[in-house]
Design a protein around this ligand. Structure first.
Ligand code: NI
Length: 378
């Protein structure tokens, strides 16, 4: 499992370009004779049919890497491609799920129900899950389980909280149009710099004054493009940002408020506004019974001291689409270990994992599926 992960780590592939990765997984699945199909353009969906009839549980791993330069010089399995890196640990997800599939396949006659598995491409651009769903990954599925290796959680700890785990992550673009002119004659112009600045300062009031203080939310304007020269009054401004929250009602309230702020601020200065709001991932809200089942499995397999309650993160995860209409849960597998220098943030060029966590991850995939299929309550 570790060797397989290191091989993927050496050969990172960006979203929807995971051809070598898909081939490597397929080769391993061919060796054990599991039924699978390749998805377009990359990725794999497979299934282990149990010996006895029952429900179907889906196990998910993502397989893509990031356009990040690896900075870690201390490992001999460093990325061989400049500017590309497994900086989020999806290489380990792939290796862990593959190991779980091998183990579950050995005991398939004893399974009550079926285990579907998906090696999903393009998580980092929040497209892969949708593409897998379009290609039928959820057809006939009763429950979904996934996990992320997590450098912010200590190694040997595993978390699967009930309720919010990851935030919704949306993209926001606003264009303000004024009227350009000479910097010395503002009275003949409508200054887009003024409009954009006023909007940026005011838009933060949405979170502080309109959103319930007990509902976490983020509005960030990360980019502002306005103006051409020191003595020219700008005609246009383009702003880009992101909105994060854990509640889709809060999300709708923020969207409406942003549009109102953009239009009203523009009107105040005689400008016009155009708002493009692109919905990204949904929040990951772990369904209660699924999360509690995962907690039981973690406690039984690794001991109560391993069970950890990681705080929700305002990062996004397209696992949310699998559990939009089907119950399921997403666990965080701790791999942070300062002694091994694996506490770096995800997406950082120094990111790495404590590979000791991987045995637990593979076991958790397998044990969750086993426990789900064998319990009566669902
Ligand atoms: Ni990730």
């Amino acid at each position: 499992m570790v060797a397989f992960r290191r091989d993927l780590h050496r050969h990172p592939e960006l979203p929807f370009e995971e051809i070598r990765t898909t081939n490597r997984i397929a080769d391993e699945l061919d060796k054990i004779g599991v039924i699978y199909r390749r998805t377009e353009p990359t990725g794999i969906i497979g299934e282990i049919k149990g010996g006895k009839p029952g429900k179907t549980v889906l196990l998910r791993a993502d397989i893509d890497a990031l356009p990040v330069q690896e900075l870690n010089q201390k490992i001999d399995y460093k990325s061989s491609i400049d500017g590309k890196m497994h900086a989020c640990g999806h290489d380990s997800h792939t290796a862990m799920l593959l190991t779980a599939v091998k183990v579950l396949n050995q005991i398939k006659d004893d399974l009550t129900g079926n285990i579907r598995f998906v090696f999903q491409p393009a998580e980092e651009i929040a497209q892969g899950a949708k593409v897998m769903i379009q290609q039928g990954v959820l057809d006939g599925v009763d429950n979904v389980f996934g996990m992320h290796i997590w450098s912010q959680t200590p190694v040997n700890k595993v978390s699967c909280v009930v309720g919010p785990s990851f935030a919704s992550a949306d993209l926001l673009k606003i264009k303000f149009k004024g009227k350009g002119g000479h910097g010395s004659m503002p009275h003949d112009t409508v200054d887009a710099v003024m409009v954009a600045s006023a909007f940026v300062m005011n838009v933060q009031s949405i979170v502080s004054r309109e959103v319930d203080p007990l509902e976490p939310a983020v509005v960030t304007i990360g980019r502002m493009e306005v103006g051409t020269r020191f003595n020219v009054i700008a005609e246009n401004a383009v702003l880009e940002g992101t909105v994060r929250c854990f509640n889709i009602n809060v999300r709708e309230k923020i969207v409406a408020a942003i549009k109102r702020y953009a239009n009203q601020v523009a009107a105040m200065y005689r400008a016009t506004a155009e708002v493009e709001y692109t919905y990204g991932t949904l929040p990951v809200i772990n369904e209660e019974r699924s999360a509690l089942l995962a907690q039981e499995v973690i406690t039984e397999a690794f001991g109560i001291s391993s069970l950890y309650n990681e705080r929700p993160t305002t990062g996004g995860e397209d696992f949310s689409y699998y559990i939009e209409n089907i119950p399921g849960a997403f666990a965080l597998l701790g791999s942070g270990n300062p002694e091994k220098d694996t506490q770096w943030a995800h997406h950082h060029g120094c990111f790495n994992i404590d590979e000791d966590a991987m045995a637990r991850g593979a076991e958790l995939y397998a044990q969750y599926a086993w426990a789900y299929l064998n319990q009566q309550a669902f």
